[in-house]
Design a protein around this ligand. Structure first.
Ligand code: MN
Length: 719
């Protein structure tokens, strides 16, 4: 029978006590017994779905926790984990009897049990968030939740098929990746195999049957390989244990899917694990294996020198063993094996000082990072992808100029690297070198690249970076910075727009410092003058409205008068509006409709949320919007030294060979870059070129235009 019933014997509280006392001799045994009786009583009227007394469930959970060597407080919380959720028990009762610590854990678990069980990216992200928040407060909450889920998965056969599939999916989507990320290898495998069994029962049964069928043959083969390795290791006077095991079924299934192969083509269904006494022995054993059989290129992984992001360490290699069959080897030390199997839970097991600390801080730092990022990530599906993406170790290893190795998500760029070093390095990064050569910031880092970041304090991140940065850390930091910067820029813009408006109406600037401003702020429900500036800069409040409210009532009447209006408009004509310099902190964009350049006759339009958009005065788009005249302002635009602006130039020529080369030569002679080019030829032997050029100002453009129109073959030129 492929799926066996769960015949695990219900553990007794006495057995539980014995188990705990082995690793925690001074555990409070009487409190443990009390918790057992308390839980028993609270759940007494309840039964598990298959009919057994409910207490079997909390006992099983507690027993798993004892196997993981969790402290007795966590085990007590395990016994009580469903009492508040499912019975009349109040959390205060738990606090009174079992103390603050246990109550805290039970409360955390109660909150988690309210997790939405609907699927969908949004809900999934929300569930992840809840898990992370709980985890960040006390990691034991999540370990107890894991033990709870494990027992529920083991007893899933009693539920309806629809429920089985839903819970199985959640286990595969959330619990397995999380267990993996926390480095608890055995739990990850258990969650995957149990989830797989109920998610795709037919496929699971098929693999199980095929493994069983091949079992004898495989066993014989593996015994033979193991014997050869053992003998050779002994000859070299190295002590190590050699064991082989069947890969977990979900792992086999994933291999079949990823490589699109059939079961019979999965060669390494079995793996040999060698536990050595020291790191150097691991490498020595690797050498022995490679001298015995030919390693398969690309299959050797040194996770000892370069641990996975969940701190997993091991050597992996696949060789062509006796009679041409592939065999996978994993070689590691006892401690590495402990980390691989127990992960963050090994904290309670492995009390070797110093090492534990370092490991713990890494997990904690990772947790903190995730909790922080979940607060700034607005898109839920982004969040889920980030976590899952970083769980599967698709990574690239690069080297700092100091020779340290950094692990980054595959596809990372120098920007990701810079942010991984430090936020400030990221913010001020202007260029990068890979292996001593300058590379673009969007360059995809390769394994083994030595990466050096060039910074400049006067530079900040660009929105464009979001198009290629892949790590959540870099992306979040960039988004935060842009948000802050946009606020700053809107504030500067708003202040200037308001100043202009006040001058126009002969309102002294000192008015802004007087008490009357408070009333004006209140009328817009704003807290401070800064907020007012931001609102004006974002186009939410018009400076005209503010000026109006600051004026004495009498003058306001006049202002309301039509004559007054004409006067105001007239005055505006004389007034040079705001000055936009490239170096300013003014939020502005350039109209994509008319491609203005500095030196053109310009006009600004205050848009909502994007600051000022600069248009040419004759822009056809602008004609429709000039009626909202208080959002239209005069602008004077001076870009900073090396700044260029896009402009489109249409050139009609006769269609003859070499004409494009000619035009390009003319353009580059003016030191103008072509960022885009479209060519259309017509049947009447004409060619139409649409150049997108990067120019400094109108002068540069006119100079180029006259040169182009003067060259041979050019029929017509137009902006
Ligand atoms: Mn439960």
């Amino acid at each position: 029978m492929a799926i066996t019933k769960n015949h695990e014997k219900m553990p007794t509280v006495e057995e539980l006590k014995e188990k705990i006392l082995i690793y925690e001799p001074d555990a409070d045994v009487s409190l443990l017994r009390k918790a057992y009786y308390f839980s028993h009583e609270a759940h007494c009227s309840q039964r598990r779905i298959e009919g057994s007394p409910y207490i079997g469930h909390p006992l099983a959970v507690a027993s798993t926790l004892a196997d993981m060597h969790m402290d007795h407080k966590a085990i007590i919380a395990g016994l009580l984990h469903d009492t508040v959720e499912d019975t009349e028990t109040r959390i205060d009762d738990i606090r009174d009897i079992f103390g603050e610590e246990v109550a805290f854990l039970v409360e955390g678990l109660t909150k988690l049990s309210k997790m939405e069980s609907r699927s969908g990216k949004e809900t999934q992200a929300e569930n992840f968030r809840k898990m992370f928040l709980a985890m960040a407060e006390d990691i034991r909450v999540i370990i107890i939740k894991f033990a709870d889920r494990l027992h529920n998965m083991k007893t899933l056969e009693y539920l309806s098929s629809a429920k089985q599939k839903r819970i199985a999916k959640e286990t595969l989507d959330i619990y397995a990746p999380l267990a993996n990320r926390l480095g608890i290898g055995w739990l990850k495998s258990a969650f995957e195999d149990l989830g797989f069994r109920y998610m795709l029962p037919d496929v699971y049964k098929d693999i199980e049957a095929k493994v069983a069928k091949k079992k004898e043959e495989l066993e014989e083969y593996m015994d033979e390989v193991a014997a050869i390795v053992k003998k050779k290791i002994k000859k070299e006077h190295i002590r190590a244990s050699v064991k082989w095991r069947v890969k977990h079924y979900y792992g086999i299934y994933q291999k079949m899917v990823a490589q699109r192969i059939l079961f019979d083509q999965v060669h390494d269904v079995l793996g040999i694990r060698i536990i050595a006494e020291s790191k150097s022995n691991c490498y020595a054993i690797l050498g022995i294996i490679h001298s015995l059989w030919t390693p398969i290129p690309g299959q050797f992984k040194d996770y000892i020198a370069m641990p996975k992001s969940n701190l997993y360490q091991s050597l992996h290699t696949t060789v062509i063993g006796p009679r041409g069959s592939r065999v996978e080897f994993q070689i590691r030390t006892e401690e590495m094996n402990m980390v691989a199997e127990e992960g963050i839970a090994s904290h309670w097991v492995y009390k070797e000082k110093g090492k534990i600390k370092e490991r713990d801080t890494k997990y904690i730092a990772w947790l903190r990072e995730l909790v922080q990022s979940q607060q700034t990530l607005s898109d839920a599906s982004d969040f889920v992808e980030e976590i899952k993406g970083e769980v599967t170790p698709e990574v690239v290893y690069v080297i700092t100029p100091q020779g340290d190795i950094r692990e980054l998500k595959k596809g990372s760029t120098p920007v990701d690297f810079a942010y991984a070093i430090h936020s400030e390095v990221g913010h001020h990064c202007v260029g990068a070198k890979a292996n001593g050569r300058i590379v673009p910031l969007r360059y995809e880092l390769k394994n083994g690249d030595t990466v050096e970041i060039i910074t400049s304090v006067s530079h900040g991140p660009s929105k464009d970076w979001l198009n290629f940065a892949v790590t959540s850390r870099a992306r979040n930091r960039i988004k935060q910075w842009i948000k802050k910067e946009e606020r700053k820029q809107s504030m500067a813009l708003g202040a200037r727009l308001l100043e202009t408006e006040l001058k126009k109406n002969d309102i002294p600037l000192s008015k802004l410092k007087q008490k009357s401003i408070k009333k004006v702020l209140e009328s817009f429900s704003l807290g401070s003058l800064e907020d007012l500036h931001v609102s004006i800069g974002f186009g939410k409040v018009s400076p005209h409205q503010v000026a109006n409210r600051l004026m004495p009532p009498k003058e306001r009447d006049i202002e309301e008068d039509i004559a007054g209006r004409t006067k105001a408009v007239k005055e505006r004509k004389e007034f040079k509006g705001i000055n936009i310099k490239g170096i300013d902190n003014i939020l502005y964009t350039v109209g994509k409709c008319c491609y203005p350049v500095p030196g053109d006759d310009l006009i600004g339009f205050v848009t909502r949320g994007k600051g000022v958009t600069i248009h040419r005065k004759n822009c056809p788009n602008l004609k429709r919007i000039t009626m909202h005249d208080d959002r239209v302002i005069d602008v004077d635009w001076t870009p900073s030294e090396n700044e260029t602006t896009s402009v489109k130039l249409l050139v009609e020529t006769v269609d003859k060979p070499g004409i494009l080369a000619n035009l390009s030569a003319l353009i580059s002679a003016e030191e103008i870059n072509i960022s885009h080019l479209e060519v259309n030829t017509s049947p009447d032997k004409k060619a139409n070129f649409t150049f997108t050029l990067q120019v400094k100002d109108r002068d540069q453009l006119s100079k180029l235009s006259s040169k182009i129109s003067g060259s041979s073959g050019v029929l017509h030129i137009k902006r």
